[in-house]
Design a protein around this ligand. Sequence first.
Ligand code: SAH
Length: 330
Amino acid sequence: MPERLDAFVARAAAAYYARGGAFGRAGDFTTAPEMTQVFGECLGLWAAVTWQAMGAPPRVVLAELGPGRGTLMADALRAAREAMPGFAAAAEVHLVETSPALRASQRARVPEAVWHARVEGVPDGPLILLANEFLDALPVRQIVRRGGLWRERFVEDGRFVELPTDLDPGAAPEDEVREIGEAREAVAALLARRVAARVGAALLLDYGPAETAPGDTLQAVRAHAPADPLAEPGSADLTAHVDFAALARAARAEGAAVFGPLPQGLFLARLGLHARSAALARAVPGRAATLMSAAHRLTAPEGMGRLFKALCLCHPALPAPPGFEDWFED
Ligand code: SAH
């Protein structure tokens, strides 16, 4: 039976993350928090300053979507405790994770957290939310233009089959592929409703273009090398570019203010990634080379500095969050 691409990706992702141990140099791929502790520390300070701008509520939900090994949140909390103890005391940590194996890793690093299987489970109230490389793991649908009509991609026996579809975004060149991230836009809309209803900010970091672009971006990575996305579901990390323009549209429709997308390199440089990395390198010379090369890779345009983006969904009355100060909404 042909399986629609988004269902295939959801099934493959669930199987893949259930195994748990895919992160880091020994695994399939490396994410920013696994490269340097300074990444999570910068986001912790971002969260602390954002909490102040919210009027320093005595209780705030500090949530993360898809926390992986829990490294980002552990680094963020450590930096926040040091720089702004009032924020650390007000923060109630909530993690959204489906994989039991990854929940166990997260519990080892952030024992005080409360876990949820779905974003909807995060409690109401003042909210600061972080998500790094979460949305790229959520499924996409793909449609392709054939003979002047749209067909939708399904997967059968490890290859694509094209079937009739209910989606019709209008005319396009023959053979053009479009990706539709309904699950991603639904998360953006839900977060936008949450931050607009109470007070809050959601910071989404991921990879993809600032403007909606056609093309098939589905990719599988196994042991740091490209793999066939349709073969052996669950054996490789399966992701696709995040359409930031689509997320921004979905969030604005729910009444949130939207800042960005900014290139990750610019955003992290503004949060002080380089200065903090250099200070830590001076204090711990044995780790200097690793710290400086991670900072470079995260910010360099040819590394993760340009393709990765930062997008922030905010309550409309909040000032521009750290890093987005020169952003004007059009
Ligand atoms: N943020 C981490 C991990 C990124 S990998 C880092 O930067 O290192 C994606 C994460 O999202 C994993 O923790 C995975 O288990 C989780 N995840 C993927 N799909 C999910 C879903 N539908 N619901 C909840 N968590 C999900």
